[in-house]
Design a binder for this molecule. Structure first.
Ligand code: ADP
Length: 272
């Protein structure tokens, strides 16, 4: 699992990423009742790598992200981030959730942006972004505000600091949610269909912001999306899911222009 993934994304000069096994899923299985959602799945992601998960609805993509957030527990297998285990399969086949300090350490490095932005409705934009850095990371109010203003400028909302979420468009709210996620200084950003609830024009604003973030930072990104042009532009690697397995993994140019699997081809025809 140490293949280099070609720097398919971005400008020709962009540095290649190597799969150094920063995030590792090893033989992960998950079922809900009789529904096998992930079927003995193994893959890894390098630090700084941007990976997009595509595939039909119900193929297990969101479950992967939720496992990294420890919102969903696998039935078996091992998940590791950096040096720390989130879930660990013992030799006797028993799955254990890793010790609290490991989980807390990993959780401190990852943030997720959801389809529904879930801003605090009673707080102004600036406070939405400073709340967690102050209360979770223990930052001073001044320091948190300074960083929040930078981030809100970056997502094009420097003039909305005192607005309430209800006064913003869906696209603007989602951009606040992105600023809020980045305010936690994560190493890993998980994006779960962040534009699916938005009209195309508002979705485009959000994707532009994410494109800029991807290109200007070395954050590791795992992204579930149906926005295929975005996936092509920002990903180093695309994983095609079907029925709880990865059936094809390749740089975007290859997946989109020359898929090897018939299933990938028919899926892409249905969404492009
Ligand atoms: P995708 O992101 O590829 O659309 P998901 O990972 O969201 O797929 O879901 C995979 C399957 O798991 C779906 O069939 C979904 O209904 C099922 N599923 C997800 N969460 C739960 C849950 N909490 N209880 C029961 N079934 C679930």
């Amino acid at each position: 699992m140490t293949e280099p993934s070609a720097a398919a994304a971005g400008s020709p000069g962009e540095k290649a990423t190597t799969d150094d096994g920063f995030i590792v899923f090893d033989q992960i299985s998950k079922r809900f009742g009789k529904n096998v959602v992930l079927d003995d799945l193994s893959f890894s992601v390098g630090s700084g790598e941007r990976v997009t998960l595509i595939g039909p609805s119900g193929s297990g993509k969101t479950t992967i992200l939720r496992m990294l957030m420890t919102l969903t527990k696998p039935d078996s297998g091992t998940i590791r981030v950096g040096e720390d285990y989130l879930y660990h399969e013992e030799r006797n086949g028993e799955l254990v959730k890793a010790g609290e300090q490991h989980v807390r350490k990993v959780r401190g490095r990852i943030t997720m942006v959801f389809q529904q932005y879930n801003l605090f409705p009673n707080m102004r934009v600036l406070r939405n972004v400073t709340e967690a850095p102050v209360h979770v990371l223990g930052r001073s109010q001044d320091e948190a505000e300074e960083r929040a203003k930078e981030l809100l400028d970056m997502v094009g909302l420097g003039d909305k600091l005192r607005a309430y979420p209800s006064q913003l468009s869906g696209g603007q709210q989602q951009r606040v949610a992105i600023a809020r996620a980045l305010a936690m200084d994560p190493d890993i950003l998980l994006l779960d269909e962040v534009t699916s609830a938005l009209d195309p024009e508002l979705a485009a604003e959000v994707l532009d912001v994410l494109r800029d973030i991807a290109k200007s930072s070395d954050i590791t990104m795992l992204c579930v999306t149906h926005a295929m042009k975005f996936a092509r532009d920002v990903s180093h690697r695309v994983l095609m899911f079907d029925q709880g397995k990865i059936i094809e993994a390749a740089p975007p140019a290859e997946i989109f222009d020359d898929p090897k699997q018939e299933r990938t081809r028919t899926f892409l025809e249905s969404v492009l």
